[in-house]
Structures are given as C-alpha cells and as structure tokens.
Design a protein around this ligand. Structure first.
Ligand code: LIP
Length: 271
C-alpha cells in the first residue's frame, strides 16, 4: 500500500470539523454520563458517537488500517508497525461535561510506530492544531512556534491531577506542584492533555508534563509539538514512549532539564 500523507490529511480535514460540530451541538445540553474506572473517570454518549463516526468513516476509506480508540480499545493496546489511527473522540471529557470550553478531538495516524499526521480540534473555540511529519505545525492554517523560554523562574507550567484518586499518586503529584510553584510564574491544570501540549507548541504556555495519561491523549499532540520545535520527552529525561502513560513537553530543552531535575515520577501500568 502506498501511503499519501497529504491526501490522508485533506480527508481528515473534511471529517474532523463535522465531528467537531457534533461536540459543539452537545456542549451546552445535558449529558448522559457513565462512570468508567471511578466517579471521576467517565464517558458520555458524545465520546462514543464521535469515535464511532471517525472510525466508521476512516474504515470505509482505509479498510486496511488499524484503530486504537479511547472508547473501544479494551485491555492492552496493540501498537504495531502497521498503519494505525489513534483516536480520542473527546480529550477533556470532564471539561466537556462541565461546559468548560477546553476539550478537543485528538486523532493521529502512525506508520512503523512513527507519528505521520496529528490533528487536535477544539470545536468550542474553533482552534484546529495540525501537523504532518516534516511539514511544521499549524493552528487554523498558520504556523505556530513555542515561546522559547529557557528559565524556570520565567515560565508558566501546565500539569494535571488526572482522573485517578489513589492517595499515594496524588501525594506525589501535589508535591511536584509544590516544588515547582516556588520556582515558576504559575501552574495551571486545564484538563486536556492534547490541548495542553498544543498550547505549549503555540507559545501560550511553556511546559506541560503529566503522569497517568494514555496513548490516545498524546499521540496527535506530541507530533504537533515536535513539529513546532518543542522538546518532547519522558518526564525522566529519556526518549518518549507513548505507551508509558507519561509525557513532558517543553518549549526548550533548558527548561525541560530544570523541571526534570525537580519532579518525582508516578508509575502506572503501561497501555
Ligand atoms: C484526560 C486527559 C487529561 C487527564 C485526564 C484525562 P480524557 O483525557 O486529557 O490530561 O488529566 O485525567 O485522562 O479522558 O478526557 O480523554
């Protein structure tokens, strides 16, 4: 199979805005919420609906491709060299449920375990972040660049508590925040891994790290961040492995190193 990335990308830019409309139509209405792992981890009928539309539409056009989706993948993720779509229909489901306008469709296309295309679309605020490998990163068609901040004491950092409520995990996360707040301008918890990453990519924040996220939260946005020129790593400073449930995205490697030297890890079972 010959893969034409520009053709796939154009098709994606037809499909994703339609799904964004589905999210927007549901945004201010009452939602049907079902718990997943605990009371703070849930799914709505919109998550399920958007994943179904995306998967079914792409399967008709690309019948040989594989799919990994937040709401359909069960058990261990099968991440191989085969062409695969990695989908989070609503990244920031909690925000979606609470009408906090910071949630997005995240969709990525990988071949040989390498990101080829990433699209992150916040349809509530009409922000479409995108990248094709080797072709730069864009917000609504315009090139984006990170802030370039190198010093922790001039930086704004985003991190998250995540949906887990295990006491030991929360203690480490709170302590990391405690250590950082003494040294940076500000800390933010905004609720969408994909958008947090894109906000660092476009210079709206300087660094984002999180423990406990999944492959579908980071698959698209990490390509966008790399294409924008960000440093994207495992929060221990090693190379990122998108199955390992953690990420650090920084505007510069200098800032990344300062944060890496201060934070302690929270270990989760890999995807
Ligand atoms: C969310 C992530 C966020 C994390 C949440 C949740 P979802 O993804 O984007 O960074 O803190 O716990 O995992 O579940 O809304 O797609």
């Amino acid at each position: 199979e010959t893969i034409n990335l520009n053709e796939i990308y154009s098709f994606l830019l037809e499909v994703v805005p339609k799904c964004g409309q589905v999210i927007r139509d549901a945004f201010y209405k009452e939602k049907n919420v079902t718990d997943k792992a605990n009371y703070a981890d849930f799914v709505t009928e919109t998550d399920t609906k958007v994943e179904k539309i995306l998967t079914e539409t792409l399967k008709v056009k690309y019948p040989k491709h594989n799919f990994i989706g937040e709401e359909t993948t069960q058990g261990k993720v099968q991440f191989t060299d085969a062409p695969v779509w990695i989908i989070d229909p609503v990244d920031g489901t909690t925000n979606f449920v609470h009408k906090f306008p910071y949630c997005a469709i995240s969709i990525a296309f990988y071949v040989n375990k390498q990101a080829q295309i990433g699209v992150v679309f916040n349809s509530i605020r009409d922000e479409l972040f995108s990248a094709i490998r080797g072709q730069g990163a864009y917000l609504n068609g315009r090139t984006i660049t990170p802030s370039g901040v190198t010093e922790l004491n001039k930086s704004q950092i985003i991190t998250e508590f995540g949906s887990g409520r295990e006491g030991e995990h929360l203690d480490v996360k709170v302590n990391n925040m405690r250590v950082l707040i003494e040294k940076c301008h500000s800390l933010r918890c905004l609720g969408s891994s994909a958008l947090n990453t894109c906000y660092v990519a476009c210079g709206a924040s300087d660094l984002y790290y999180e423990y406990g996220i999944h492959i579908w939260d980071m698959a698209a946005a990490t390509l966008i961040a790399k294409e924008a020129g960000c440093t994207v790593l495992d929060p221990d400073g090693s190379e990122l492995n998108i199955l390992n449930r953690r990420v650090l995205v920084s505007t510069t490697k200098e800032l990344a190193q300062q944060v890496i030297s201060l934070i302690k890890p929270v270990i989760y079972e890999s995807d």
